[in-house]
Design a protein. Sequence first.
Length: 379
Amino acid sequence: MKWELKTLNELGYVGRGKSRHRPRNAEHLYGGIYPLIQTGDIQKANFYITEYSQTYSEDGLAQSKLWNQGTMVISIVGANTAETAILGFDACFPDSVIGFIPDKQKADVKFVKYNLEYLKSHLKSISEGTARENLSLEKLLSIKIPTPPLNIQQKISSILTGYDDLIETNLKRIKLLEEKLMIEYSFLEDESKNLKEYEFSNFVTFIKGIEPGSESYLSERLEGTIPFIRVGDLSKRNSEIFIEQNKSKGIICNPNDVLISMDGTVGIVRYGLCGCYSSGIRKAVSNGVLNNAFIFCYLSSSKIQGVIYSHSKGSTIQHAGSSINHFKIKLPKEFSLENFIRLSNPIYDLMKNLLMQNIKLREARDILLPKLMNRQIEV
């Protein structure tokens, strides 16, 4: 079956997002009912964008554009350059994002997304050369995408979405489990509000990560290397940087560990990761009294997130390491804490195991992706 080289605009409509008003942060533009998607939202999404943290008002919409559910979005600026996702709802986005709407007689949007994922390294390489990565619309439209007939596109995307659908299902389950855990924690916290307050450091030690230097970064996993987790990776689908294990200086996390960012985007709490981690991240290690589920809930709570933000300093890059000195805890009664630990351990283990399943699903999908796109595997 013949494949042809096509540009994106030969497969559908391509256009930049809009955010015409200056200044961009004018208060009256925000707080309405229209979802606003930023490059970070694209980076965090697995396949579909299902969440958003900002909205436009009617005034915001008037200086932007509402794109339909099913539009593929492509980040073209900064560290998130060449990240792609598909809108799970109607949304606006700024000019740092490009939208693609397929001509349904010519292109399957999922196939096009997977093809750009396959071409991501090339897209990032042509974005370099300035202080900040920038994939212009002109550069993007210069890329020729190997494109089979529509029915073959649909077969390929169907194979690959089998993996991504399972990943999305697992992510939904994880979110529900985290919500259940936080509800149980809130009951425990409320029950303990009149008890004695202690320094959190009496029960948990925070171990700071290291900086091996960017010259040590490797773009693929080789024998004797491990993932290197940076602050930005805490909210990403997976880490794409590796270092030699002998450069880790013993600063290692495993999937059971709770990590929290203290530099850059502060207050991100994660578990289920494995590798060495950067100096902008701390690993929270219990002295045995508290379990990791409790530590995860404690660090994720609005109270502690507030402490982190209130002690965050820096004009360009935020630093919140000093906030750890202000973490307090009203230790629950022994019986109540034991009950929470007994209830939460299997929930936390399930959350962690689902994340690990997703890592394996992504690995399997990413092995299959190039073989389908370069026609080693015919469909």
